[in-house]
Design a protein around this ligand. Sequence first.
Ligand code: ATR
Length: 279
Amino acid sequence: MDRYAVIGHPIAHSKSPRIHAAFARQTGQDISYEALLAPIDGFAAAVAAFRAAGGRGVNVTVPFKLDAHALANRLSARARAAGAVNTLVFDGDDIFGDNTDGAGLVRDLTVNLDCDIADRRVLLLGAGGAARGVLLPLIDARPATLTLANRRADKARELCAACPPRAGVALDAGGLGEPGGLAGRQFDIVINATSASLAAEVPDLPAGIYAPGALAYDMMYGAGDTAYMIAARAAGATRLADGLGMLVEQAAESFALWRGMRPETTVLLAELRDEMEQH
Ligand code: ATR
């Protein structure tokens, strides 16, 4: 039986074992998937032990995505652009690092939420690891414009400058609340990739940024609406979503990388949503 795992610190509340067990059942793949707690300074040792015990791949979560990036001897283009790795594939001596977060976000938007990105005006809030992790797949989805806005404007500009150019995609960056910044502009998709929700805060946005029919998307998730979703609704956004779909889709993308087949996600996503609302 091929072994897989998610490695993090903490890890007890990870939904990944539940998600991958469901994918394995559904696709008839005979695999095991466990949650591994690694000490903060012990990521490489935990991976080495898991490989020695026959591990074929791992998902990597907080705080080890940079360690996984450093450990891989080969990287996908999207992992290189993200500067972080959430999926490792082991094959003999080879450690391949990929990042499926952005693909998960794009698939959740375009398939689950039926929200086209192509030719739309997209605003990405935040310039930390979460924002950087989804940048390349977002650009590759060919929005008309992609605007990066962060509390600290310099970080947004730095991230924007590091973006690979794409024909037909206009990129710009600035500070939240910066004079002449977002005021007066409208967006079709606004994605919150800040960690503000962790402190029950919301990014400070000017009035009127949600175009008619715009989608406000929070990469965080939880039971009920997130603080950002509540603020976005009050500010006129009519379509709202949290990041649970992104979680399931990044997992499906990792599973496909390991097993060569993409699981179906609709039923599982509905089940996870129900479970979350009940607790
Ligand atoms: P992550 O890996 O989750 O992206 P991070 O790298 O620590 O975490 O980045 C946190 C992001 O959330 C940053 O973009 C941060 O803005 P600053 O760079 O200006 O600090 C953003 N953030 C955190 N709290 C925020 C708040 N209350 N309002 C707006 N942005 C916030």
